[in-house]
Design a protein around this ligand. Structure first.
Ligand SMILES: Nc1ncnc2c1ncn2[C@@H]1O[C@H](COP(=O)(O)OP(=O)(O)O)[C@@H](O)[C@H]1O
Ligand SMILES: [Mg+2]
Length: 260
């Protein structure tokens, strides 16, 4: 009964992602404490905060890599708190990692093709996998969406850093996601690469919501409509980007340094 009620109230809230009272402990350390965040379908949100604030742990709780110690997480109304990671992927949740998860010896096209095949049904086929036209077509479309068509035959190891980050976005887009978690996609990018990233993110289909961990306010301001500022594992402030940027307490935390 409680379950049905909870489901009903979550559906009623209409959220894409809803964290309620999420706490994550690592031994005696509370990496997250009582975090409550609601993101609407299609909403784009930045998470800011100094090193160790709990941003990546927040992602790990949502993806199931490190589930919460307590609290609940709902994805489009469904309680996924205790789901294994692959069940969340099946429901349209994706993430990119701070550390690259690409195959360096393969071409751009093969990396994207494998990601498309991985999320499609053919994955467990006992037949020897043959190139599939529909998947090939999807892969080409994703390569174009992240502006890598000119280098699609290149091996990943030969790509510039910014191009590798763009490729990671293509992999996250495989299999029609509904929501993506981007962990510092702008880290280490040149100003030109940042502009490219901004263009890619703002051109994503409107129904795809995301949370982006991003320190650079210039990037964050252009690609999100809301900001959650974290500090010491807690939500410190929430609001529209301009409001957060001009907030004296946020500025003090930022000017105090240590973010990165
Ligand atoms: N797997 C882990 N084991 C132990 N401690 C962890 C683990 N992951 C994160 N932490 C700790 O949790 C805190 C938050 O880390 P993290 O979420 O990575 O912060 P951020 O991404 O904001 O820099 C840090 O003190 C970090 O050392
Ligand atoms: Mg992190």
């Amino acid at each position: 009964m409680a379950n049905a009620e909870q489901r009903f109230s979550a559906v009623g809230s209409g959220a894409a992602l809803e964290l309620r009272g999420v706490t994550r402990l690592f031994g005696a350390l509370a990496a997250l404490t009582d975090v409550t965040i609601t993101v609407r379908p299609g909403e784009r949100r930045a998470v800011l905060g100094s090193n160790g604030a709990g941003k990546t742990t927040l992602f790990n709780c949502v993806t199931g890599d490190f589930p919460p110690s307590s609290g609940t997480i709902r994805f489009f109304g469904e309680d996924i708190t205790h789901f294994p990671a692959y069940e969340r992927i099946r429901r349209g949740l994706r993430r990119t990692y701070q550390i690259s998860a690409l195959f360096p010896g393969l071409t751009v096209r093969d990396n994207v093709y494998l990601a498309c095949r991985g999320v499609s049904r053919g994955r467990f086929s006992l037949l020897r996998p043959r190139p599939n036209d529909a998947l090939m077509h999807s892969a080409e479309a994703l390569i174009q969406a992240v502006h890598l068509t000119p280098v699609r035959e290149r091996r990943v190891a030969e790509l510039a850093h910014g191009q590798q980050r763009q490729l990671e976005i293509a992999l996250a887009l495989a299999g029609a996601p509904r929501f993506i978690l981007f962990d510092e996609p702008a880290a280490g990018l040149s100003p030109a690469e940042r502009r490219e990233l901004i263009e890619i993110l703002t051109s994503l289909p409107a129904h795809i919501g995301y949370i982006i961990i991003e320190h650079d306010m210039d990037v964050a301001l252009r690609v999100v409509e809301s900001v959650t500022m974290m500090h010491n594992g807690r939500v410190f402030k929430e609001g529209p980007p301009q409001e957060i940027e001009s907030d004296p307490e946020v500025q003090e935390l930022y000017l105090g340094g240590g973010h990165g």
